[in-house]
Design a protein. Structure first.
Length: 738
């Protein structure tokens, strides 16, 4: 079969020149495309297709009038139709076999082929062998009509895809649309960002992808709109997409998840015409593995595009765990996300845990090892936090690395956090079940950190060799030289089970390198380097560990990776009462839309920076009614040295007090010899000799990058797909120090 090409496109389709890692902006390549065949996958990368089909665009030479398109030798020309511009064809290519497939287009002017590598919709693609055990929860996943997805269909926790409808009632709530052919009397309407007024009816699709439960929501009136396809998207959709993510991390292992963690029926977005998508594995409370979250988001967006068409742009949003998931997915999977809109921010879950491990060593030292040697004020000064409660709350996040149940420690410490659905007999216990599943951030990402063959446990990346705890407090005269030496002599470290030990902890070098390469430790040099980021608040320094320094750590990592953070905006304040969410989102969408409208050939990062809206500037909100915006460059300080720092002071953390960077991205420090001139105090000869005994290999040299610190590797894979840039180490931690 051949298809005859008209002189001009006959069917106006959606904007297929969207930003995807493999999609070219046709305006920038129109001259090139006029004279040769090209094939572009619009739904995802051609070597990482899932689910057996792909949305494909074919460009043919200007003089060509008849072409034939085949898949694995079978004619599929009839699946294609004219695109939005002359000499373009677009088609949903179905029937892909697992593994490699050959798509070919040919005509009188030549031919072109593209290899499509298809993976199971059950995954994995790039995250490596799937974690076991894995508890299915389809039977517990509730839908708006009161039903569930039912019992899993197989060991991969699969479920039948369900499509249902809800509508916005005149009482301001979403209600199930019992009969999709009848409009209820209390149905309301909404006007989208495009100015289109439609019935406020939402299509909710639920199914399973990558062993997680996915959902997408979009305005669609089943009484008047045709069934959605990539060629006939719902009329009410504004062609914009929002990736949403759940929060939390403790307990986020070995479960499919019975909830998304955040509601995809979000009025603020849906009422304007935005569509949303999520997967339970994009919720750290179910799966605290950001690489699996990225893989799930990649597959989920691919499925969305094949169902509804290519969005003009995609914004990612979330708070706390949803914030670091947004950042890590955007960075490690460039092109998937066009803007990050976040609050209660952290760079990554590891950063919370590593700082918790430092703080936890301090709580142990001050309550057990040396309970009377420091005043409370001195202890707090060594911790860096605003107060005792803030320090303890942060320190107790070390529980994310502790697999041993029942450990008694300082108040609030809760090790071995488990979701109750995981049977007790599957859980690790060092005595009764040493081969059980381990509830730690390292073990849930074992494909990245690597596995110790002698134990079967994941390697650990925490390291405190050479760290001089309390250094700033010493130099400022808050603690004495004797206190400083006592502290660092007896602070100790942890073993693989998070037990306190007398020796400092040495992180596995291979695990450290792979943490950087994969983006599990946020790098900032990948997708985040070229998208807008708006961090809109959530202030709390008194306790709870959602502290301001984490927000600044993100900015510092961007600066470290890209020389500046001109694409990063901070709006500080308490987002529950002061930061206007709708205003912040409006600035984000204006910014992304302006970037998409810029069809120049300059690098994307330059487009991001030059297309900032006037409101995309740093600032904070005061506590007036209504809150007033104070335009001011945001700085990290606990002193009243600016209006914003007076309103919203920010405090430090143990490793910065030890001399480390605000970025918190040195997992293992380079060492340097001890020099008396490096200290603001004068040590006696005996004290200096003692200091050298405490640190026989030297102390941290914070002016240098950490050991095995490498940039994020874009396109990395831990299997089964090959890496695009296969430099990552796969040994057992034998890399040499830099």
């Amino acid at each position: 079969m051949t298809v005859r090409l008209p002189a001009a496109s006959m069917i106006g389709l959606i904007a297929f020149a969207a930003s995807l890692p493999n999609s070219a902006v046709a305006d920038d390549r129109s001259d090139e495309r006029e004279n040769r065949f090209t094939i572009t996958t619009l739904s995802g990368q051609p070597d990482r297709v899932s689910g057996g089909n792909a949305l494909v665009e074919v460009s043919v030479p200007r003089r060509e009038r008849r072409v034939t398109i085949t898949l694995n030798g079978h004619d599929i020309t009839g699946s294609f139709r004219p695109g939005e511009r002359p000499n373009l064809l677009v088609g949903l290519v179905n029937g892909l076999a697992l593994g490699r497939n050959r798509l070919m287009v040919q005509g009188r002017e030549g031919r072109k082929s593209l290899e499509l590598t298809n993976y199971s919709i059950k995954g994995p693609i790039v995250s490596g062998p799937q974690i076991q055990p894995f508890i299915c929860q389809t039977q517990s996943f509730n839908l708006p009509d009161g039903t569930t997805l039912g019992a899993p269909l197989d060991a991969d926790c699969s479920a039948e895809t369900r499509v249902g409808y809800v509508y916005m009632s005149s009482d301001g709530t979403f209600k199930p649309l019992a009969d999709p052919s009848v409009l209820p009397s209390d149905l309301t309407q909404t006007t989208t960002s495009d100015g289109l007024t439609v019935n406020y009816i939402v299509r909710l699709e639920t199914g399973t992808i990558n062993r997680g439960i996915y959902q997408n929501t979009i305005l669609h009136d089943p009484t008047s709109d045709p069934e959605p396809t990539p060629f006939s998207p719902p009329r009410g959709w504004n062609k914009r997409l929002v990736a949403i993510h759940g929060a939390g991390c403790p307990g986020g292992w070995y479960t499919q998840g019975a909830a998304e963690g955040v509601n995809p029926l979000n009025n603020m977005y849906l009422s304007q015409g935005y569509a949303l998508f999520i997967n339970t594995l994009q919720n750290p409370s179910n799966s605290c593995n950001p690489f699996v979250a990225g893989e799930s988001a990649m597959m989920g967006k691919e499925h969305f595009i094949k169902t509804f068409g290519v969005p003009v742009f995609t914004v990612s949003t979330g708070g706390s765990g949803g914030a670091y998931t947004s950042l890590q997915v955007a960075d490690a999977f460039p092109g998937l996300i066009d803007g990050a809109f976040i609050s209660a921010t952290f760079p990554d879950a590891g950063e919370i845990a590593y700082s918790g491990l430092d703080g936890h060593l301090l709580t142990h030292y001050f309550t057990v090892t040396n309970p009377s040697g420091f005043s409370e004020a001195q202890q707090v000064a060594v911790s860096g936090y605003a107060g005792l409660q803030a320090w303890y709350d942060a320190a107790n996040q070390a529980q994310r690395t502790d697999p041993v149940p029942g450990r008694v420690d300082v108040p609030g410490y809760n090790p071995a956090v488990w979701n109750a659905v995981v049977p007790v007999e599957l859980r690790y216990h060092p005595v009764t079940n040493p081969g059980g599943a381990r509830p730690t951030i390292f073990d849930v990402s074992r494909n990245i950190y690597g596995v110790d063959p002698s134990t079967g446990f994941a390697y650990r990346a925490f390291d405190n060799v050479g760290v001089q705890y309390g250094l700033q407090a010493l130099n400022q005269g808050v603690i004495s030289a004797t206190q400083f030496l006592d502290l660092n002599e007896d602070i100790g470290g942890y073993d693989q089970d998070a037990n306190y030990v007398s020796l400092r902890t040495q992180g596995n070098l291979g695990a450290i390198r792979r943490a950087y390469q994969s983006g599990v430790n946020l790098g900032g040099n990948g997708g985040l380097s070229s998208i807008p980021i708006i961090d809109f608040g959530s202030y709390n320094e008194a306790g709870g560990y959602h502290y301001q320094w984490h927000h600044f750590a993100v900015r510092e990592r961007l600066i470290d990776a890209n020389r500046n953070a001109d694409n990063h905006i901070l709006w500080r304040g308490n987002n529950a009462t002061t930061v206007p969410l709708t205003r912040a989102f409006s600035v984000m969408t204006q910014w992304v839309a302006a970037i998409k409208a810029d069809h120049s050939t300059i690098p994307l990062r330059r487009k991001v920076i030059r297309n900032k809206p006037p409101e995309a500037i740093d600032g904070c909100f005061n506590t007036a009614t209504p809150p007033e915006f104070i335009a001011e460059t945001q700085t990290f300080s606990s002193q009243p040295d600016s209006q914003c720092n007076t309103l919203w002071p920010s405090y430090s953390f143990p490793r910065q007090i030890a001399g480390g960077p605000l970025a918190g991205n040195v997992l293992k420090c380079q060492l340097k010899p001890i020099r008396a001139s490096d200290y603001a105090v004068t040590f006696t000869p005996d004290e200096l000799q003692r200091l050298r005994r405490i640190f026989p290999s030297g102390v941290c040299n914070w002016s240098r990058r950490g050991v095995n610190h490498v940039p994020l590797v874009v396109g990395i894979s831990f299997g089964p797909a090959p890496s695009h840039h296969g430099d990552h180490e796969d040994d057992h931690g034998r890399e040499q120090e830099n």
